[in-house]
Write a protein of this length. Structure first.
Length: 172
């Protein structure tokens, strides 16, 4: 039996320790991640925060939900949220944070726990949402759409933002 949007919101707000997503009408808990995954996500978030105007954008790490046209709802590892989109929640602080509108940038960082799910499920959903720039980072130096072994990469949707890839991954 599919979970209603109302039930999904209740679970998200009541289970403060879990990170719940809605996939094909069923609750799916985003699993805890490794140090390397979390470090890379945090470093990417820091680099974005340092370069974006806080009056225009906020950077989320494993926070907020992005709803696809079919109703599936996922939490990206890193996302850039225009401040204007956040205004819908300001009058209702107890409401869960679900964004239907396309975002300028988001990223999923590869993990052995979620790698296949991210590629097969989340990335296509983000494309359907119309998100402007979607990164799938893989710490071994390979990427889904283009490959970069290191150095810096300029965002396409926000060309004034440059990401230092070498700083994202902890050396083993």
């Amino acid at each position: 039996m599919p979970v209603s949007e109302m039930t999904f919101e209740s679970v998200v707000l009541e289970d403060v320790d879990g990170q719940w997503e809605l996939h094909r009408g069923k609750l799916r808990e985003k699993p805890p991640m490794s140090f390397g995954h979390n470090f890379s996500a945090q470093e990417l978030a820091y680099q974005l925060i340092d370069q974006l105007d806080r009056r225009e954008y906020h950077v989320f790490q494993s926070r907020g939900h992005l709803r696809a046209p079919n109703g599936d709802t996922y939490i990206p590892d890193v996302a850039v949220i225009p401040v204007g989109l956040m205004s819908q929640f300001r009058g209702s602080p107890a409401r869960s944070e679900v964004y239907d509108q396309p975002l300028p940038f988001l990223s999923e960082i590869w993990s052995p726990k979620t790698g296949t799910f991210d590629i097969d499920t989340k990335l296509p959903a983000y494309r359907l949402r119309g998100d402007a720039e979607i990164w799938r980072l893989h710490p071994d130096g390979t990427y889904e759409e283009s490959s970069h072994e290191g150095g810096t990469v300029q965002l396409h949707a926000s060309p004034w933002v440059v990401i230092d890839l070498d700083a994202l991954f902890v050396s083993n």
